[in-house]
Write a protein that binds this ligand. Structure first.
Ligand code: EPZ
Length: 417
């Protein structure tokens, strides 16, 4: 099942429930290693990245069981020391295990994390911060070893509000001796979710969601039950799908409080967005308006993870739009396949493109090269005339529980084969 077929030209109508957040739940799953009691994580999305994280936790000795409400994890018998090969090689995609294993076991062996299609993905900020907490890193035969004889709190200043580095600091700091203060911390809602799960376990963290975090270390952590918030990027994906097809939808449980910058851009494109108890109503214009300029920024700015979806919609805009990507160095992989569908896009430099709106896109065969670019191609297929076939969909299933089922609920003619 790694290709998707779409018959375009249908306006999305109706309502769809938004799944639990991938980027909130991955560090929370890693954090379950920090207590020897059981965590019940509700609304855990059933996506490939979660299944990968769960198999890593099992390989470390955790017991795991799913029920229809979520997933139960008990990390009482985590085997510290001899890291299983799967955990060592699989760590790249679950970098937040680094901080959790240092917190739990005081040592980690992991493959040197490489880059990926959207960028180099260095981890220098993670390493510099953890070294200030007493962690010693060594390289052996291409593997990274990290040891912490005595993990202690520190005053850390992050030169860039890295989400992953902030998460790894929090995961180590709750287990360290003494307090840790982080200046320049990431403010994403996923950081708040991680902190609120850890507080459910008994941790004491101030400042979640702000740029200054204070984490009190050395407190025992107990069992917890936690409800994963809805995924703001999945909600934003379907919001832009509605915008691009001239639709009218309700995104049930959409975390609209965490989507202010996304809603603002959607309204500039001509959407009417109404927030309500049950979620976010979106009424799209006949044709999207071109917004002239869009730049991605750390939260609360416009999220890099929705840049490709906004680009897809702007290919049908009524004018021009310059898009600047400031977070990742190679996040315009979707430009080529969009041009193959008839989009008029000019690369103006490493992180900058100019898209000139056209009347139509035409369906054709395209290939997804990464998660969010793949989702943007699905939106382009919905917006195009004729049939679009997308291959490489295993990337999309990393972050979307069932994008075809969700979009069919909104009336799209889409199947995965
Ligand atoms: C998280 O990645 C998300 N992934 C990304 O979502 C998201 O795009 C990103 O945050 C920004 O919001 C998960 O939560 C699993 P960063 P992360 O550390 O933690 C550079 C998706 O599609 N950097 O904030 O890797 C880095 O190269 C994914 O769901 C360093 O230079 O993001 C990048 O250019 C994609 N050194 C920038 O910072 C470091 O030590 C942002 O990285 C760490 C990061």
């Amino acid at each position: 099942m790694n290709s998707i077929h779409i018959q375009g030209g249908v306006a999305l109508q109706g309502k769809v429930r938004i799944q639990g957040s991938k980027n909130a739940v991955l560090p929370i799953l890693a954090a379950t290693l920090l207590t020897k009691e059981t965590s019940y994580i509700r609304n855990c999305p059933r996506i490939a990245d979660v299944y990968k994280m769960v198999s890593l936790l099992k390989s470390l000795g955790c017991s795991v069981s799913w029920d229809e409400g979520g997933i139960r994890i008990n990390a009482e018998r985590v085997c510290c020391g001899d890291m299983p090969v799967e955990a060592v090689t699989g760590m790249r995609s679950s970098l937040c295990l680094l901080g959790a294993l240092i917190g739990r076991c005081g040592e980690v062996i992991m493959e040197h994390p490489g880059g990926c299609v959207i960028g180099e993905r260095p981890i220098d900020l993670h390493i510099q911060a953890l070294e200030q907490m007493g962690v010693v890193f060594r390289e052996e035969e291409g593997r990274m070893m990290a040891f912490a004889q005595n993990l202690h709190g520190a005053e850390i200043t992050l030169p860039f509000a890295s989400v992953g580095a902030t998460e790894n600091i929090i995961l180590a700091a709750v287990m360290a001796e003494g307090d840790t203060i982080v200046y320049g911390a990431a403010k994403e809602p996923e950081i708040e979710a991680l902190c609120s799960y850890l507080e459910c376990c008994g941790a004491n963290i101030d400042g979640a969601g702000s740029s200054v975090l204070r984490i009190r270390g050395g407190r025992p952590l107990y069992d917890a039950e936690y409800l994963v918030p809805a995924d703001r990027i999945v909600a934003g994906t379907y919001l832009f799908g509605c915008l691009g097809t001239g639709g009218n939808t309700l995104l049930e449980q959409a975390p609209w409080k965490d989507m202010k910058s996304v809603i603002r851009i959607a309204e500039q494109m001509g959407a009417q967005c109404t927030v309500a108890e049950e979620g976010l109503y979106v009424q799209a214009p006949e044709r999207p308006k071109s917004i002239g300029f869009l730049r991605t920024e750390p939260y609360p700015g416009f999220p890099t993870d929705l840049q490709s979806m906004a680009l897809a919609v702007q290919t049908l805009g009524d004018g021009d739009c310059v898009i600047e990507e400031t977070i990742f160095e190679n996040r315009f992989r979707v430009v080529e396949p969009l041009k193959k569908m008839g989009a008029d896009i000019e690369v103006q430099g490493a992180g900058r493109i100019l898209v000139r709106g056209r009347e139509t896109l035409r369906g054709t065969a395209v290939e997804a090269k990464e998660l969010r670019g793949g989702a943007a191609l699905v939106l382009a297929g919905l917006m195009a005339e004729g049939e679009t076939t997308i291959t490489g969909c295993q990337y999309i299933y990393r972050g979307y529980e069932n994008i075809c089922r969700d979009l069919r609920e909104l009336g799209a003619r889409i199947i995965s084969v």
